[in-house]
Design a protein around this ligand. Sequence first.
Ligand SMILES: *Cc1c(COP(=O)(O)O)cnc(C)c1O
Length: 225
Amino acid sequence: MSIAGHLTEIRNSLPENVKLVAVSKTKPNEDIMEAYQTGQRIFGENKVQELVGKYESLPKDIEWHMIGHLQRNKVKYIAPFVSLIHGVDSFRLLKAIDKEGRKQERVLRVLLQFHIAEEQTKFGLSLEEAEEMLNSQEFKNLQFVRIDGVMGMATFTDVIDQVRREFKSLSTIFGQLKETYFSDAPNFSEISMGMSGDYKLAVEEGSTMVRIGSNIFGERNYQNN
Ligand SMILES: *Cc1c(COP(=O)(O)O)cnc(C)c1O
């Protein structure tokens, strides 16, 4: 099936309130344009250099989401245009984003990434770390970041109960943070969870934003992506 065909099928399977981030990492501009022609406007990338290159060469009404691990010294390259940064996994990174937002006079939208998987390799905050940050005066002084919700990645496994449990834990974290810290912040509304292999489960557990790559564009050619 074509990219357009895959997109239609996936969109039809998603409830209306769930946003689709088309994960285009490693894929050429032609593939992105094929998706663009069908109306897709949100694309996700996980490498800064690739993201900047694609931003520069593709239509300016694309909303670019940084979905991968972000190094503090690279925030400056994406701060002028990035639409949402999914993977904020430390206070230091959030402060670096605030600093670059200030330089650009742009409030940068971010999601807090939580460690919900059993795998050690995945990045993310614990609820305790997040609360410590949110309670701090230093956090309250930040003016150029806006936290729009949470993000997480489940363990890469076929054990459905485990994946479901991990997604549930992210929904619970979202609810707790919303109640305690963001009850008067309507923008705190996103739960970014679910990829090609597990997005249907994620939607059942409350995802508002799924990040789908290979189901749209086909398998990627190299590892570690
Ligand atoms: C690559 C990637 C995805 C998409 O993965 P697929 O399995 O190809 O859908 C989603 N989220 C993140 C953070 C990724 O790095």
